[in-house]
Design a protein around this ligand. Structure first.
Ligand code: FES
Ligand code: FES
Length: 155
């Protein structure tokens, strides 16, 4: 059957069963490979995207449950020529090592900054506490989110 989804702006129709995880639809049907498959069990955060601004684990989000909500993936944030301030801050802080966790970190941080534009370091740590980074770059990731918040406050 065909399921209709609003992703990064336009509405798209994809052939999929209602219980298909959103992550599979993004990666396999829409060629949006920014969200990563890590655990598939809502445990790592690598697959995080926004649903109406809320960070969700796309590996356990069935597409049938999305309804009219708008999906935003990392591809919907910025471009290579015009990165989102969060993406720029992650580059400036050299926050990625292997990079596998980073898109999920950025999307979780986007959800945080949208509801709390001036978080403390403790609030950033708390928001990202369920996003795992096996390379251990958490310190730089926290600094990148704080830098992005500061830069966004100036614009
Ligand atoms: S792949 Fe979804 S939380 Fe790990
Ligand atoms: S940078 Fe490698 S898992 Fe986070």
């Amino acid at each position: 059957m065909a399921i209709s989804l609003k992703v990064n702006g336009p509405r798209r129709s994809v052939p999929a069963e209602p219980d298909t995880p959103l992550l599979y639809v993004l990666r396999n049907d829409l060629a949006l490979n920014g969200a990563k498959f890590g655990c598939g069990l809502a445990q790592c955060g690598a697959c995080t995207v926004l649903l109406d601004g809320q960070a969700v684990r796309s590996c356990v989000t069935e597409i049938d449950s999305i309804g009219e909500a708008e999906v935003t993936t990392i591809e919907g944030l910025g471009t290579i020529d015009k990165p989102h301030p969060l993406q720029q801050a992650f580059i400036d802080e050299q926050a990625a090592q292997c990079g596998y966790c980073i898109n999920g970190m950025i999307m979780t941080a986007k959800g945080l900054l949208d509801r709390n534009p001036h978080p403390t370091a403790a609030e950033v740590r708390e928001a990202l506490s369920q996003n795992l980074c096996r390379c251990g770059t958490h310190g730089r990731i926290i600094r990148a989110v704080l830098r992005a918040a500061e830069n966004m406050g100036k614009t």
